[in-house]
Design a protein around this ligand. Sequence first.
Ligand SMILES: Cc1ncc(COP(=O)(O)O)c(C=O)c1O
Length: 432
Amino acid sequence: MSSYFEFSNEELQKELEELRARHARYAADIVRLDMTRGKPGADQLELSEKMLGIIQTNDDCFDENGLDCRNYGLLDGIPEAKKLFADVLGVRPEQLILGGNSSLNMMFDTVARAFCFGNLNSVQPWSKEEKIKFLCPAPGYDRHFSICQQFNIQMIYVPMMEDGPDMDMVEKLVETDEAVKGIWCVPKYSNPTGTVYSDQVIRRFAALKPKARDFRIFWDNAYAVHDLYDEHPQILNILDACAEAGNPDMVYMFSSTSKITYPGSGVAMLASSVDNIEYIKKQTGVQTIGPDKLNQLRHVRMFKDKESLMEQMKKHAAILRPKFEAVDSALERDLGGKEIATWSKPLGGYFVNFDSMSGCAKRIYHLCDEAGVALTKVGATFPYGNDTEDRNIRIAPSFPPVEELTVAMERFTVCVRIASIEKILAERGVEA
Ligand SMILES: Cc1ncc(COP(=O)(O)O)c(C=O)c1O
């Protein structure tokens, strides 16, 4: 299909008229198609059914050392679960704390502890500092940005490149500004861009010489094993790289089984240097007498080892792949060659990153809303909800069944085409 920029004004106006007629038909049809959040679909949740009945009797409730998992204790998790998840993350069990069901919760608590008590090598709690700043590679995960807003942390936008954040900018800011205390990273299949950080980027992270001695990298490895295809890109182990570079305490790594088993009833993880882990345990030991160990036990009985967990991930991929492919083929079919948008073709994770022409994303969002298609709020992928170019849209294909997704994407591309033609005609000074 040829570029819209090669169309005459009359051709564009005719196309717009047809598209608007389609849009009016969609608007009259009261369906609601939801592509807002990266939630697993019901069929993905069903993959873990076995886990529901895996502990049935009193005798089932003991860990490998005979500890009664129904009772208090084991602040950092049961040994066999620590072993399994350490293996999944490529860390050592003593570098790991297992939490409740949400890694986001652990991230929030980690920031909160820094504000209340400081990090291992802080001069004082962050709450006593005049200003705290975090670097926020974007497009990024909106809930990271919400944590910053909640704590009144100043967010600094860092552009995402092909293989990770703009490291020239990261180095400059981290190494010159003492108020820069953190950075959010999703190193594998970033939300929403699908970016996999290169070894070079990770080595540059590890070699940072932060101005603030208690600077931390918040390494949210939410999609560590969430490959869509047989190709499994491996990222460098940041904990090892930091230790080798003489920065052993600089990283907090997070992950969870939210998209392996259940988002509502998974196991969350925090990995860091042994010194950081011991420091954190002193504080969390006041907060709780131990996590839900029965749930950890369910997980290790469901997955005996990393290999069996990876088998489950293949089943997730088999369900998700057709959805991602439905999104891509709709985009290719309806927008390919028109030069009005670009989008990602991720090898894993939960999102397709879509960029419209500048100044069109809000209009597309609004048109989609009228056409019964709910999208993640535009701007949410940037700090303060501020996408200055107004072009980024996060598409979340995981939740709706393929048939619904196909209908939603057909409507989405009509909205994109309407907004783009309106913009091109406006730029030519022609009434749309
Ligand atoms: C990058 C990222 N981190 C964390 C989460 C949430 O993790 P959890 O369910 O463990 O709280 C999500 C969920 O979409 C995510 O995309």
